[in-house]
Design a protein around this ligand. Structure first.
Ligand SMILES: [Zn+2]
Ligand SMILES: [Zn+2]
Length: 438
């Protein structure tokens, strides 16, 4: 269930390389840094102030804003040797934030393009353009982690819970004002709903970015104190608690998304975003899951490994006992794997299930099970159990000392021979070792 994020995208779309930054600044491609700087300052000179966003008529403002933003952006790239080189070689795609390089800022080239060149990079037009506030069509989705046990994923689960979210005020219907009251244009943003802020994008580099006006919360209009809606105090939204239900289908897995359409916070003039629960599987003490399959350990005694058994070996995720009948004559060895078809996890939207892999653990008797002086049992066991096939003969024989609890991690560990130790030490470990040695 992949849910694409909506709202105003900040990544540029494909045709972005067609932007000509030299053209935006009005300079030649061969121009020097000084010339670029001059061109940039000319735009912001007193003689050019008539086109400054704050000086133009209201309905031309967004366009003037965009022009200024584009010029700033062009300058930011072209007056930086490294960025200019990148731009000359790769075009604007070098600064595509989705590729993880260049400027990671909230540079909305979609807007720049549509206003500079009358192009639009896909999607529907923003409502409210032409003087009004810029608002994404759809509100932000809200993501929440939802922890589930393997049992719940096996059986499926429906759960109800209380959820508090913002909804449009029912008294003022989202206007924020009393009936018949007239809002006035927000003084902070001049009715635009957003303001320009400067943000540092590197040493000595700033970029302009558009942020929602904090005074009017993007509405562009405000009510006087006494004209504000009594219920929401002019906020236009109120908090509301309602009961939601989510259904987790059996066989769901880690990372699955349960989407409650339109259940995120509401904002006036916006379609509310979705409330999304992202499933997070809690590790299980008996079972390990990989896709539709499960593994578990099958603990048997030494006698069972030799003689066979018929018993319940495991309790499944739905509480059923799993009975295994292992006949005499087939010895089960440590780490041997038994595959039980159809006893894995359910597969979503079907009646099929994955498989269960049982890994044999032979529980050997404890030390001391055989008393040192119990010669009778030793004789009996030696009689019962198979003898070594062949004695090793050698001319010289040394009886040696040994440690019984050694680890192969130590084997060759102090050499750079890749066949030794754990074979490979990762950087973090290497660092830890160095620290410990100092
Ligand atoms: Zn209200
Ligand atoms: Zn405002």
């Amino acid at each position: 269930m992949e849910v694409p994020r909506r709202g105003r995208g900040k990544a540029m779309a494909v045709d972005a390389e067609e932007i000509n930054l030299y053209e935006i600044l009005g300079v030649e491609k061969s121009s020097t840094k000084v010339e670029i700087k001059k061109a940039y300052h000319k735009v912001f000179s007193p003689s050019a102030l008539s086109s400054h966003p704050d000086k133009v008529p209201e309905d031309e403002r967004p366009e003037a804003e965009m022009r200024f933003k584009a010029v700033s952006q062009a300058y930011e790239i072209l007056h930086d040797d490294e960025k200019r080189r990148l731009y000359d070689t790769h075009g604007m795609s070098a600064f595509d934030p989705s590729r993880g390089n260049g400027m990671d800022g909230d540079v909305d080239f979609d807007d720049i393009l549509s206003h500079m060149f009358g192009m639009r990079m896909g999607g529907q037009p923003h409502p409210g353009f032409g003087g009004g506030p810029m608002m994404p069509r759809k509100g932000r989705d809200e993501e929440k982690k939802y922890e589930v046990t393997l049992e719940e994923l096996y059986k499926g689960k429906t759960t109800k819970f209380a959820s508090t979210k913002n909804v449009i005020c029912n008294i003022c219907k989202g206007s924020g004002g009393k009936e018949k009251a007239k809002p006035k244009t927000c003084a902070t943003c001049h009715g635009r709903g957003f303001t320009q802020g400067l943000r540092s994008v590197g040493p000595g580099l700033v970029t302009q970015e558009t942020v929602m006006c904090s005074s009017c919360k993007g509405a562009g209009k405000l009510f006087k104190e006494r004209d504000r809606c009594r219920k929401c105090k002019g906020d236009r939204v109120i908090e509301k608690t309602n009961f939601l239900e989510i259904y987790i289908p059996r066989g769901s897995k880690q990372g699955d998304r349960i989407v409650l359409s339109g259940e995120a916070d509401q904002e006036p003039d916006q379609e509310p975003g979705d409330l999304v629960f992202v499933l997070s599987e809690i590790a299980h003490e008996r079972f390990t899951r990989a896709g539709p399959d499960l593994t578990a350990h099958l603990e048997i005694t030494l006698a069972e490994s030799l003689c066979g058994f018929s018993r319940v070996v495991l309790k499944h995720l739905d509480g059923r006992g799993i009975h295994i009948n292992h006949p005499r004559g087939h010895i089960l060895r440590p780490s041997q794997v038994l595959k039980v078809p159809g006893e894995g996890m359910p597969i979503k939207k079907s009646d099929a299930k994955g498989d269960l892999y049982l890994i044999v653990d032979v529980i050997f008797p404890d030390d001391g099970w055989l008393k040192a002086d119990d010669d009778a049992t030793v004789m009996k066991l030696n009689e019962l159990l198979p003898k070594p096939k062949k004695q090793i003969s050698a001319e010289t024989v040394d009886e040696v000392e040994y440690e019984a609890g050694a680890s192969l991690e130590e084997f060759g560990a102090n050499s750079d021979d890749p066949r030794g130790g754990s074979g490979w030490v990762d950087e973090d470990e290497a660092e830890d070792i160095q620290c410990a040695q100092q």
